[in-house]
Design a protein around this ligand. Structure first.
Ligand code: HEM
Length: 182
């Protein structure tokens, strides 16, 4: 199963990114700090969405319109009283086919799973607003993940698995690196 390969191969990259995000979360003192963290996510996810867009139509991803995207981040940032001006354009992996696009999307869709932990951490700092992005799909989180994994299985031939894994790793790394850029 490609998902097992992806999870195993990207476990270290996930842990490294999780560490960065957790330390940023722990440093949050107020809603401005939280909005600043959201800006890293927005800058990266919105750029990544742009580069995968040409390769993911609804034949490949039938429930594309239902999937969480960076618009949620933009709304959360604005709801916290901040704007999206002057954000840098981060470096993202080069995407030139469907398999690479799915590798990048694996990282974005998987991030929903950590979202509930993030919402709980924020609540401990008294932040309960502007959490639509991290709230993910709510009770549908499990089924949305399962249908994404089915999309991976349907669209990635065994011979292309390495490409998906490589891009997923690259997607984790570039995101981790982007935290030094803003
Ligand atoms: C506070 C930060 C984070 C925490 C606590 C966290 C935690 C988790 C947890 C608990 C899972 C579910 C593991 C399982 O059920 O097998 C998960 C999965 C995943 N997370 Fe995170 N995560 C965090 C941040 C992120 C970020 C920022 C991204 C990507 C941008 C990400 C990408 C993924 C991916 C791709 C998976 C799916 C792994 C699989 O194939 O099952 N996570 N995470």
């Amino acid at each position: 199963m490609i998902q097992d390969v992806l999870r195993d191969r990207s476990a270290v990259a996930h842990r490294q990114l999780e560490k960065i995000v957790v330390s940023r979360l722990k440093a949050i003192k107020n809603k401005e700090d939280y909005a600043d963290l959201l800006k890293y996510f927005y800058a990266y996810f919105s750029r990544l969405e742009q580069v995968i867009e040409p390769y993911l139509n609804e034949d490949i991803l039938p429930d594309k319109a239902k999937r969480r995207n960076s618009k949620f981040l933009a709304d959360d940032i604005v709801s916290l009283g901040q704007d999206l001006d002057e954000l840098p354009i981060p470096v993202v992996p080069e995407i030139s086919n469907v398999c690479q696009a799915l590798g990048a999307l694996y990282v974005m869709e998987g991030s929903v799973m950590g979202g509930s932990v993030i919402v709980q951490m924020l609540a401990k700092s008294g932040i309960t607003k502007g959490v639509s992005f991290f709230s993910g799909y709510g009770p549908d989180t499990g089924s949305m993940w399962e249908s994404f994994v089915a999309v991976l299985n349907q669209n990635v031939p065994a011979s292309e698995q390495y490409l998906v894994v490589e891009t997923a790793m690259d997607t984790f790394h570039c995101f981790a690196l982007s935290f030094n850029e803003i």
